[in-house]
Design a protein around this ligand. Sequence first.
Ligand code: SF4
Ligand code: SF4
Ligand code: SF4
Length: 347
Amino acid sequence: MNHDIDVKKVRTNCFRQSKVPGEFMLQMRVPGAVIEAKHLKAVAEICERWGNGSFHMGTRQTLDIPGVKYENIPEVNRYIKSYIEEVDVKICDCEMEADDYGYPTIGARNVIACIGNTHCIKGNTNTYELAKKIEKLIFPSHYHIKVAVAGCPNDCAKANFNDFGIMGVNKQVYDYDRCIGCGSCVDACQSHATGVLTLNKDGKIDKDACCCVGCGECTLICPTGAWTRDPKKLYRVTLGGRTGKQSPRSGKLFMNWVTEEVVLGMFSNWQKFSAWALDYKPEYLHGGHLIDRVGYKEFIKHIFEGVTFNPEAKVADDIYWAENEQRSNIHVMPLSQHKHAGPQESK
Ligand code: SF4
Ligand code: SF4
Ligand code: SF4
């Protein structure tokens, strides 16, 4: 192993160390997971010229190029300058030093998104447009945060397992006179969502509005247009989800029915909050761990500074996360010790 290799420096440029000594994998950011197809030519060029000729789809929707030799990293950094300028500076409007080559930080991870409403029939919102606006607010930054955006609460983007999980929702509007009482929306909500609709004795719909997730399955199925999506685009946001070896957990509902302005207002405070929570020294700690460290009540004081809520907005008063039992392994044991499940030893 060459001990002159400055792993920390190249890691900052988004190169991950390989198990092959002296080799690294470049992770190119794709905020919101959509870029013009022309960039794929540049990706192929890097793979073939400096990589090992293969390519990996990153789990955070980055374009990953393994097999880059340490000595070739400066050249690769120069080559990707135009990609970074077009994708992060021009499209996302991120602020970066014009003379720098390579990514300036690995801190805030690539913002994940599903395809959203530009393609998906279930999508309520444009996911990659929002992802790009979030990218501007959180990148570049040495503070570690993971964000994912889904176009509806079906959450194909796995937003629930990110520090911040954003899901597009709509209020559904019911037109009493157009309803023919067919019951299709009741069935759709029961099978695909939360089962909050019932057909009443007059052949019309009653709704338990408290638990509607704003997915729009009722609107999609309704044959007469009695259900329609309210044009106001709103968001459901989960907080504190994570993977990892230590204490993985699903995020908990943090905000519901909030506008894009609220979401972006909150992210505009993220870097300031992280700096304060870490005493102005970036550490390799997920956003969720920072919130754990300072406590939820303290977190919301900082993150909502200057944010004006829309009238429909709801915010968690407090949050109690439940970690997976990664350390205790309390409910797994050898089959011979099972009392309730699995093969039993014959007595
Ligand atoms: S989360 Fe919703 S909008 Fe996104 S791909 Fe899945 S179903 Fe479509
Ligand atoms: S929008 Fe609400 S009522 Fe309609 S299917 Fe989804 S959860 Fe059910
Ligand atoms: S699907 Fe439409 S028409 Fe049928 S019961 Fe529901 S609202 Fe009424």
